[in-house]
Design a protein around this ligand. Structure first.
Ligand code: GLA
Length: 722
């Protein structure tokens, strides 16, 4: 592999063996975007989007920004498309114009101050170009960061806007990335959804005008995941130019695509400008979140595998990054709030009997919390309910061979709590306006240091006083009534972003203080299932929907960007609590095994037969989890368009694979399915559940499945090279 950043004939060329990203500094000192895609030679590339008509020029030439592709377009100058940033000075001026000033190349990849980001372990892995562009009149400098990696077909971008003027400026918009694609026919996929129905694949053609998706919820949200796949029309799993853009951010986001008169498409991703206004005093700067851009010349699968490996090894961090995740039992759907110590221990006994490794005590262990209408914020153990201390309970779990884990919802406060009674001003609300509740609760103002310190202190005490080896960090409502008593009128527009910075501060402090603890993010399931959270927590509870049929969709969509190692997935009881479905234990398990696997039901109420079956399933998962966590991932049958779903994992050396096939909706007189495998060595011989076959046959002809079917029938194929 090779990698580099060259600057010749006024062109920057960032490249590795497979990709190129090219920027030109025009004679007028504008930063023009020339190209991003499969490797090319920079000297052959020239900028043009079309013939400029009805444009605005700085002089008598034809040179007009409205007909040129740009790197970080300004607002109000000669380009009429969506700007990458907008600002105003204290005099009310809105029209900055950036001109190239200088650049430097950094070996490695510098971290982003206060924000999560992809990292390198060794400086030799990546190089970073920092271009400084300046508006000398208004005293603004923008530093554009671009990192290219040797081993990944990825460009990471973010920008930093610096006030070098004599007075203050206000930023009204600051995107992480702006890219102008040449005229063409394009499509895009985004992962849309709702609570308990996250990450559904929605595919659309790009049309003239502006389109996109966003969150205004104060969190990345269930409704729109901060991730875009933008691709040549007709691309699919194995074919086509595909660009994946993932925003490493957990707050309000916006993805915008704009096709205009020249058929070019501007694609932007960044913080949502909705109610955003950030004041920069003289000398201060604003750093945007990072956008991770993957390029694939081989369709969706290649893009996904690049994200999976990058995020698993260079976004997730800490002790648990590369470790096999413990099989867990969570008591939530088993007991909800209604538990006693005896009940928990009865579940733990059954769990340890079948080989489970971790007991997670969910909501209801603190304050007076016996329902969801009180006690958030009162992070003190309820000794009466727990029949003693948490430390004692953890020890009893440990005696049974189980690690012990605990649920928290540290960003919230219940109006019925001691914390709220003592500090009503710590909750987010607009003065003199009755705040809206969500799940009976309010959100703590994480822009305030004293609020963050309180939470860090409470959690530190609890985590330090019992043998807690896992934490589920939940967040169960979105933001309304946004206002902070702590911020002046001129800074209320900073609230949403400052909240997320506060959250990252708390997460950073706690995960650093407890490096051995495995953290799992959650927000009513997948309400904050984004790459920002993965920087602090290597796994995320993918959805509150534990129904295996629904999970086929949720996990299929999520797999576009997030690796299986990050996906919390559990077997729950039937009838399913969200849908009433009666899926078989075998199907529920086959689906839940595709991630950080666990159970979420009352194991103590199951009969011997079921527990025996589970014991075998747990053993099977343990012997395969390394492959699930680290293997290359291929989607084989799409549940959104097919009656079946199938996917597989292949070890890096292609010697082993695990293939899952599930009948989503059976039909009588069913067709034979040719399940064509992917990613194997075509010249190798394999056994498939013991039967010999060549890699070539398995990939071109497939495994033929021709038995009569029922809903939920499933087959797991173990493929081994002979
Ligand atoms: C949220 C989570 C659930 C559970 C409950 C507890 O809904 O997503 O998994 O932890 O909170 O109140």
């Amino acid at each position: 592999m090779i990698m580099g950043i060259e600057f010749q004939n006024n062109k920057f060329h960032l490249f590795n063996n497979e990709i190129s990203y090219i920027i030109e500094v025009s004679e007028q000192s504008d930063l023009l975007h020339l190209y991003f895609g499969a490797r090319v030679d920079a000297e052959d590339i020239h900028s043009s989007v079309g013939i400029c008509t009805f444009g605005c020029q700085a002089d008598d030439s034809d040179y007009s920004l409205s007909a040129l592709p740009q790197e970080y377009p300004s607002a109000g100058a000669a380009d009429f498309r969506s700007p990458a940033y907008e600002m105003e000075t204290d005099k009310g001026l809105h029209t900055p114009e950036l001109k190239y000033k200088s650049h430097e190349v950094i070996i490695g990849k510098p971290p982003l101050n206060g924000l999560p980001a992809v990292y390198v372990e060794d400086d030799s892995e990546a190089q970073t170009l920092v271009i400084t562009a300046a508006d000398e009149v208004h005293g603004v400098e923008v530093k554009l960061y671009y990192t290219v990696f040797e081993q990944f077909n990825v460009i990471c971008r973010h920008s930093e806007i610096v006030n070098v003027s004599g007075s203050c400026i206000y930023l009204n918009n600051a995107q992480s990335v702006s890219l102008d694609f040449p005229a063409g026919e394009y499509e895009y996929i985004h992962l849309e959804g709702a609570w308990a129905r996250e990450k559904h694949v929605d595919r659309n053609a790009i049309h003239k005008g502006t389109q996109g998706f966003e969150s205004r919820r104060g969190a990345s949200g269930h409704v729109e995941n901060p991730f875009l796949m933008f691709f040549d029309k007709g691309a699919h799993e194995d074919f086509g130019n595909v660009y994946g853009i993932s925003l490493v951010y957990s707050g309000n986001h916006r993805f915008l695509m704009e096709q205009e008169m020249y058929e070019t498409v501007r694609v932007q991703a960044g913080i949502n400008p909705f109610q955003f206004r950030f004041k920069l005093n003289r000398g201060e700067s604003f750093v945007t979140p990072e956008a991770v851009m993957v390029y694939s010349d081989g369709g969706f699968a290649k893009m996904s595998n690049t994200f999976h490996k990058l995020y698993r090894t260079r976004l997730c961090r800490g002790t648990w990054r590369d470790k096999e995740r413990p099989v867990l039992i969570n008591n939530w759907e088993g007991t909800y709030f209604d538990f006693t110590k005896e009940k928990l221990l009865a579940i733990a006994d059954a769990a340890s009997e079948i080989g489970i490794e971790l007991f997670v005590l969910d909501d209801g262990w603190f304050g007076k919390r016996n329902s969801d209408n009180c006690s958030l914020g009162d992070w003190y153990e309820n000794k009466e309910k727990l029949g003693g201390t948490l430390s004692k309970l953890a020890a009893e779990m440990n005696q049974r061979g189980l690690k012990f884990g605990l649920w928290f919802e540290p960003e919230m406060v219940s109006p019925d709590s001691d914390l709220y009674r003592e500090h009503p001003d710590w909750a987010i609300s607009v003065p003199n306006v009755k705040p809206h509740l969500g799940r009976h609760q309010l959100i703590l103002d994480y822009t305030r240091a004293e609020v963050r310190d309180y939470i860090v202190e409470r959690m530190t005490e609890i985590l330090g006083n019992a043998n807690i080896e896992y934490v589920k960090w939940d967040m169960n409502r979105n933001m309304s009534d946004v206002y902070s008593l702590h911020l002046g009128a001129d800074r209320q527009g900073e609230f949403y972003h400052r909240y997320i910075l506060g959250l990252y501060d708390v997460l950073g402090r706690i995960t650093t203080a407890f490096p051995e603890i495995l953290f799992e993010g959650c927000s009513g399931g997948g309400g904050r299932n984004d790459s920002g959270m993965l920087y602090y927590m290597p796994q995320n509870w993918a959805s509150d929907d534990t129904d295996a049929t629904e999970r086929l969709y949720i996990q299929y969509g999520g797999s576009m960007v997030y690796p299986a190692s990050t996906v919390g997935a559990h077997v729950s009881a039937v009838p399913n609590h969200q849908t009433g479905r009666m899926n078989s234990l075998s199907m529920r398990t086959a689906v839940a095994m595709n991630g950080a696997f666990g159970y979420e039901l009352d194991l103590s109420s199951l009969d011997k037969c079921e527990l025996e079956e589970m014991k075998k399933q747990v053993a099977f998962y343990k012997s395969n989890r390394h492959l699930v966590m680290t293997g290359e991932y291929y989607r084989l049958l799409n549940p959104f368009t097919s009656r079946h779903s199938a996917w597989m994992y292949v070890s890096e050396d292609k010697s082993r694979a695990l293939v899952y096939y599930v009948v989503k909706t059976a039909r009588p007189s069913n067709e034979a399915v040719h399940l064509k495998l992917k990613g194997l060595d075509e010249n190798a011989r394999y056994t498939v559940n013991g039967e010999p076959k060549s890699g070539r046959t398995l990939m071109n002809y497939g495994i033929v499945i021709d038995s009569p079917e029922h809903d939920g029938d499933n087959i797991i194929f173990e493929v081994k090279r002979v």
